[in-house]
Design a protein around this ligand. Structure first.
Ligand SMILES: Nc1ncnc2c1ncn2[C@@H]1O[C@H](COP(=O)(O)OP(=O)(O)OP(=O)(O)O)[C@@H](O)[C@H]1O
Ligand SMILES: [Mg+2]
Length: 395
């Protein structure tokens, strides 16, 4: 058998977070795509190769899994600069959007072409045959509707090809992606696994494992609250809300523009301003250091109040809950506000992750743990089969 490389991919509405191999590489790509209607002007190779491939993902994707096949896309930050870019819409089904697949395939293809690590993939001329064992997830709501089955089947069922067009270093390369196995986990359950188990799925948090837990995942466009009981997600109790932090970040950006005449490039710039260690909540306006604390405080507090209402609502219907963990990029942004609200209001037992990276990479870490455990167990069964076969043949 050819080499099958582990991939754990969280296709978040805001960004894709992916871990590969023996954790030898990782990728973070904003979830934005733009269809290319006309060909981009070809840039001189020398000029192009000085650029970062990740900033210039330009691909054509062939796959029977796509509703629209053979479309050319700009992906990630290259798409941000385009006027017809699309981000996922809060009401949509992740499992049914071409965009989800395009982001997933783009991430895998970028891993496959990166030559820093030898992955044992076969390369003939300009075509790389890349085999992956994939762990990924879907929102609980979609798993409840059984959408994971079709999603998995279409990934497993065919070869998916990514062709790099005007992308530095990779221009002209094609990657044929084939999946040896695909596991689709429900997002809330994955977060729980990450909390209680280490990379070998040993229990690291004995205290927590049998508790009744809520996990409130505040993402870019949505918030999901998983209810954990008896070491399992309680499907009927879980709640999803179409509200994340993106809207508030956009509102802050807009108000800074109208009030101070300063144009920030993206929501990410807003995140930087509100989370950085030094000079937090300040910007330069015509060369003078200026506070925007009034703006950020008001808008974030408003969002935190809404998030707190979600928590209250779910906790009320799960009164024996012992603790709620806040995860996702939104948890980092709202941490101080939620803590203050909670101190002044109901005083729930709530917990955050100090390290924002842990919060944002929670899902992909969990998929990594689950899929590598699957691979390990599978290898053991294979070895046992081999031993049995050997024993039988020597009789
Ligand atoms: N280092 C950071 N610190 C604080 N906030 C961040 C950081 N990185 C990203 N964010 C913000 O947190 C928000 C949510 O990010 P996250 O990666 O959790 O969303 P997602 O998983 O892609 O979205 P969803 O869960 O809705 O599918 C984004 O709006 C993002 O701008
Ligand atoms: Mg998320």
């Amino acid at each position: 058998m050819t080499n099958s490389r582990i991939a754990a991919v969280d296709v978040g509405n805001d960004a894709v977070k992916a871990l590969f191999g023996k954790l030898d590489s990782e990728l973070y790509i904003p979830n934005v795509v733009a269809r290319d209607l006309e060909d981009r002007p070809v840039i001189g190779i020398e000029e192009l190769d000085e650029k970062d491939p990740l900033e210039n993902i330009h691909i054509r994707v062939h796959s029977p899994a796509l509703t629209e096949n053979n479309v050319i896309y700009r992906v990630g930050s290259l798409a941000t600069k385009s006027s017809n870019s699309t981000e996922l819409d809060p009401g949509s089904h992740k499992s049914e959007e071409d965009q989800t697949l395009v982001m997933l395939f783009a991430a895998l293809a970028l891993d496959a072409v990166d030559e820093k690590k030898d992955k044992g993939f076969r390369k003939t001329n300009n075509v790389i045959d890349a085999n992956y064992t994939l762990g990924t997830g879907l929102p609980l709501r979609e798993v409840k509707e059984g959408k994971d089955v079709g999603y998995r089947a279409q990934l497993l069922g065919s070869v998916h090809q990514v062709e790099f067009l005007v992308t530095p270093k990779y221009q002209g390369l094609k990657v044929n992606i084939k999946f040896d196995e695909v596991k689709v986990y429900p997002e809330g359950f994955a977060a729980y696994i990450n909390l209680v188990m280490d990379n070998d799925l040993n229990i690291i948090n004995k205290d927590l494992i049998d508790k009744r837990i809520l996990i409130q995942d505040i993402g870019g466009l949505s918030t999901d609250i998983a209810v954990i009981r008896n070491r399992n997600v309680d499907d009927d109790k879980a709640q999803g809300f179409n509200l994340g932090v993106s809207e508030s970040l956009e509102a802050i950006r807009e108000e800074i523009r109208t009030k101070h005449g300063v144009e920030l490039d993206s929501r990410r710039d807003v995140v930087e301003i509100i989370t950085r260690k030094n000079d937090r909540n300040h910007i330069m306006v015509r060369g003078s250091r200026t506070s925007v604390h009034d703006i950020t405080d008001r808008i974030l507090l408003e969002l935190a109040k809404k998030q707190y209402r979600f928590l209250r609502n779910v906790w009320q219907r799960n009164s024996q809950t012992e603790i709620c963990y806040f995860v996702g990029g939104g948890a980092s942004v709202l941490k101080d506000y939620l803590k203050t609200l909670n101190n002044n209001l109901d005083g729930y037992n709530i917990e955050f992750f100090e390290d924002e990276k842990e919060s944002i990479w929670m899902m992909s870490n969990a998929y990594y743990k689950l899929i590598s455990d699957y691979v390990r167990r599978n290898q053991k069964t294979e070895e046992k089969k081999d031993e049995k076969a050997k024993a039988a043949s020597s009789k």
